[in-house]
Design a protein around this ligand. Sequence first.
Ligand SMILES: Nc1ncnc2c1ncn2[C@@H]1O[C@H](COP(=O)(O)OP(=O)(O)OP(=O)(O)O)[C@@H](O)[C@H]1O
Ligand SMILES: [Mg+2]
Length: 377
Amino acid sequence: MTKVGILGGGQLGRMLLQQAANYPLEVSVMEKDIDCPAAKLCHHFIQGDITNFDDVISFGEGLDAITIEIENVNIDALYELEKRGCKVYPSPDALKTIKNKILQKQFYSLHNIPTPEFHVIHSRDELHQHINFLPAVHKLATGGYDGKGVQIINNENEINLGFDAPSILEKMVLIVKELAIIVAVGNDGTTAIYPPVEMVFDQTLNLLDYQICPANISENILWKAEALALTVARNLKSPGIFAVEMFTDAENHVWVNETAPRVHNSGHHTIEAHFSSQFDMLWRIILNYPLGNTNKIMSSVMVNLVGTEGYTGNAVYEGLAEVLAIPDAYVHLYGKSETKPGRKMGHATIISDERQELLHQANKIKHTLFIKGDKKL
Ligand SMILES: Nc1ncnc2c1ncn2[C@@H]1O[C@H](COP(=O)(O)OP(=O)(O)OP(=O)(O)O)[C@@H](O)[C@H]1O
Ligand SMILES: [Mg+2]
């Protein structure tokens, strides 16, 4: 049995554990909240702070390998564990580059990877020096997730909305499509690439709403996007799974927005729609088995199931039976007992080779399933 630890106990950890059950693995999870989605599925649950050096070191002692399901972990501890012979996925160097959006953007510039033009910002006052650069997108260097830590600043009057912290101010792109490509990198540097997904966002929540695979893009954009995703993954020089988020604009440019060095929301559909899922692929990498087959079995759409506005408390799943009656719909509930407006509570994947059917069923799910709490806000 290979002993592997996952830092973080959210839904990505939970889905890693669902696949880990098929391999000779003994998996530990560390997270502060003993009630987290991954806690009940792992062999060993260790309550601890994944951002704390000592907690991560004691978690890693005796493990063969360690991985993450969130970037906000203690990197110094990962460097130390690596020195002591524990394999770390992704490498601490790659994680360090990505975890800080300033370093991440500088990495793209260094490798001539097209990314929206940016300025490094140290404090809110500094934004006044960049009036001519507005409208722009202001992003916290560290600690942002799910769109929190991202603020649009349209003009001088909106500078007060900006973050008073290390951050980047990025040129606003008039986005035509948002794409994501997942790349798998083996220990020997071999790569495998998944087909691109196209993401459609909910304007108000700024949370991923639904995504279609494969993306409806021209061959020209496909080639550019694939080449960029591979360039990002190869230059990070680390084994693991990398999700590269990109934008296209009206001039058919492809821009790299950001990269996640881990399994990612944009790969949920690979569980049912692809021969080897992103979760399966990460275990193959960690166990040093051949990379899996990234091809799609069928086209798919993935809908995030988020907490309904106006409710909190114990989750109640309204309309679940109707959704489960849809042929080829797969529902994943993350086992979070408490719902909140916009909280990711689960997702559903529909597979079909008819694009219209996929969109129809995705919309049906959005209008049928409501995750309400026992308390009204
Ligand atoms: N330069 C830009 N121009 C226009 N829109 C942008 C730009 N950068 C980001 N956005 C929009 O904001 C969203 C969130 O930005 P980004 O992905 O960088 O942040 P995040 O907090 O890491 O989000 P998440 O964790 O949800 O991926 C993007 O998906 C995109 O819709
Ligand atoms: Mg993003």
